[in-house]
Structures are given as C-alpha cells and as structure tokens.
Design a protein around this ligand. Structure first.
Ligand SMILES: [Zn+2]
Ligand SMILES: [Zn+2]
Length: 279
C-alpha cells in the first residue's frame, strides 16, 4: 500500500503528471500557433505573388504612357525630334540609317529614350528612377486596397460572429472583387481557406503587423530592376511604335515616312500622307 501511495503521490510522480499536462498544453498552443503561422505564410505568399503579377502587368502600360506623353503630335513630334538631332549630329551613317529605314531608326531611338527616361536617376529627385516611382505608386495603391479588404472582411466576421478561416477568406475575396486593383484567381487563396486556425483574431493581428513587411518584399523586387535586367511582361516598345508611328509606309517619291500615326488609315479611306509631295 505504501508503495502504491508513493507511486501516485511522490513529488516525482506528481511532477511527471504535471509535466504531462503542461507539455500537452504547451504542445497544443504551439501547434495552434503554428497553424496560424502556416495560414499567414500561405496568405502572404499568395498575395505577394498576385501583387507582383499585377504590377508587372501594369508597368508596361505606365512606361508606354510616360513615353507617349513626350510627343504631343505623335509621329510628327517624333520625326521632328529625330531630324533636329540629325541636323546637329553631323554623322553620315546616321543620316543613311534614317533615310534607308526610318521605322527601324525610330524604333531604336524610342528604345534608347525609354531606357533614359525610365532608368536614369534625374538630378534633384531622390526617390529613384521613374521605373521605381511607377512601381512604388502601383504597389502602395494595391496594398492600401488590401489593407481595406482585410479590415472590411474582419468587421463583417465580427458582426456576424464568424470565426472560421474559410468565411473570412470568402469575405476578403468578396471585398477585393469590388475593385480591379488586385485581380485574384479563384484558387489563389485555396490553401489558406483550408487551414484550421486556432484564432481568427490572432491571424488578423499577424496579418496587420506583417502587411508593411509584405509591401517591402514587393517593393524590393522592383527596386532591383535596372535597364539591363528589366524583363517586361509585355515589351512596351512595339505598343509605343504602334501608337506613335502607326503607318510604316514611306513615300514612293521621296522616301519620307507616311505622316499618319494611324496604322489602319488606308482601310478608313485616308491615303498615305507625305509633307514634301503634299499627297
Ligand atoms: Zn514624298
Ligand atoms: Zn500611310
């Protein structure tokens, strides 16, 4: 009897039992917290990828606009700039290149201009080159939209006493879809949706704390882009040329480029236009 009493009530036995409970408690807490951290990790990765994709999609358009705005009269302004340069360049090879193939010459001209405008740091401007500024403003706008969707989804869950992850994700996607800031594919957040998190509040707290870290992750990706490593999702040069140069025909008499910036002017019954020949 003494032995059995000792087995259950000795400090050693009690300690063992206590340890068992504490360990179980500790283990559960860690597992739950881990589950929340895993859910956050999936959410972060999915969102960072979606933002990078969306910004990469928008940057060629921003780049295109920032070049086109420099040529108020489209093709006329572009040719005038090139001719002004050629007039002072005193470079026969350049004259020859422009006269024999004005379109190709202009395309190379635009490529150089794009590099200069987007990637050269301008004196007096501290916030990096234009490319970085364009990326920065896109990223900031998208993250302020995400932040609003997080708070709207969380408020909706509180009002309706919902505490599961799948409902929160559904509401987040619902609010996100109200604007076109961040297109999300249907399965982008499917891994997060399935997580059995311990506490929605904890998840949202982690999320709000880490949102600026996520924003910086995205900003870093774009701040490392330079003119020699830029990879356009869609190269803006052909779009710029299409909009500025349009018709690629040259005058059959004097070889001057047709002055129409509209590529389809013949279909619209407007003939090629040459300033020298007045046709
Ligand atoms: Zn002509
Ligand atoms: Zn034409």
């Amino acid at each position: 009897m003494h032995d059995s009493y000792n087995r259950t009530n000795s400090p050693k036995a009690q300690m063992g039992e206590y340890k068992g409970t504490a360990w179980a408690l500790f283990k559960n807490t860690v597992e739950d917290a881990t589950e929340d951290v895993i859910a956050f990790g999936f959410f972060r990765d999915a969102i960072v990828k979606a933002v990078v994709d969306q910004v990469s999609e928008c940057l060629p358009i921003d780049a295109q606009e920032s070049i086109q705005i420099l040529f108020a009269n489209r093709k006329y302004s572009l040719i005038k700039d090139i001719l002004t340069h050629l007039a002072t360049a005193e470079d026969f090879q350049k004259y020859k290149a422009f006269i024999s193939d004005p379109y190709t010459y202009a395309k190379k001209w635009i490529l150089k201009l794009l590099k200069r405008e987007l990637f050269e740091e301008k004196a007096g401007i501290r916030s990096g080159c234009l490319y970085n500024q364009l990326a920065h403003s896109r990223v900031t706008k998208i993250f302020s939209h995400i932040s609003k969707c997080i708070s709207d989804a969380t408020k909706d869950c509180q009002i309706r006493s919902l505490s599961c992850m799948s409902k929160w994700i559904d509401l987040f996607i619902f609010h996100n879809c109200k604007s076109s800031d961040l297109p999300l594919s249907n399965d982008a957040l499917v891994h997060v949706r399935d997580r059995k998190i311990s506490n929605l509040d904890t998840f949202v707290v982690i999320l709000n704390e880490q949102l600026s870290v996520m924003e910086n992750m995205v900003l870093n990706i774009f701040s490392n882009v330079k003119s020699d490593n830029v990879q356009w999702k869609k190269n803006p040069i052909s779009e710029i040329m299409e909009s500025l140069w349009g018709c690629t025909a040259n005058c059959m008499f004097c070889h001057e480029p047709c002055m129409n910036s509209d590529k389809n002017h013949l279909e619209d019954k407007f003939p090629h236009k040459c300033i020298a020949q007045k046709v």
